[in-house]
Design a protein around this ligand. Structure first.
Ligand code: SME
Length: 162
């Protein structure tokens, strides 16, 4: 397993995702513990993109409970359909929020968050069993390239979800 990520000096997101994917894949190879995988996954994504908060919530007894993350302390638990995370879970689709202040019901864990993207993760049987949440301090920070790049990365975690 590599000890550090090798990422070129660029701000082009598509280039960063292309460089990051095989390295995260190698990092997680042979890892069957979802919590351990999520922890290293968050560290890698945070290291490369420097977003304000990146982390997982796992579905536990009908709520989203915070899992491994990087960034400030987080709100937990989150109900089904509540906040951006709860909507991504309920609707089982990526929710890309350019301006969190314009999203009805947004849960403000940190006043520094300006935009947010949440991806649902499907476990065995196709049920959403976790979400991956990214908060940015920059307004309108997430593009289709992020949706594609993050979804591809998240597929590495989905592969080991129960
Ligand atoms: N803003 C999220 C809550 C989680 S934090 O951003 C870490 C939401 O509205 O669901």
């Amino acid at each position: 397993m590599a000890e550090q990520l090798v990422i070129s000096e660029t701000t082009d997101r598509a280039t960063l995702y292309t460089a990051l994917f095989p390295q995260v894949k190698a990092l997680l190879a042979g890892e069957n513990d979802p919590i351990a995988a999520m922890a290293n996954f968050c560290a890698a994504v945070h290291h490369v993109f420097h977003w304000h908060w990146v982390g997982f919530y796992r579905v536990q007894e009908g709520q989203l409970v915070v899992g491994p993350f990087q960034g400030p302390i987080a709100c937990s638990p989150i109900g089904h359909g509540k906040g951006v995370c709860g909507v991504a879970w309920k609707e089982a689709r990526i929710i890309n929020v350019p301006d969190v202040d314009a999203f009805p019901g947004h849960i403000a864990c940190s006043a520094a968050s300006r935009s947010e993207i949440v991806l649902p993760l499907h476990g065995r049987g196709g049920v959403v069993s976790a979400v991956f949440d990214v908060d940015s301090a920059v307004l309108n920070d997430f593009r289709p390239a992020d949706e594609r790049g993050l979804a591809q990365l998240c597929s590495l975690i989905e592969a080991i979800l129960p």
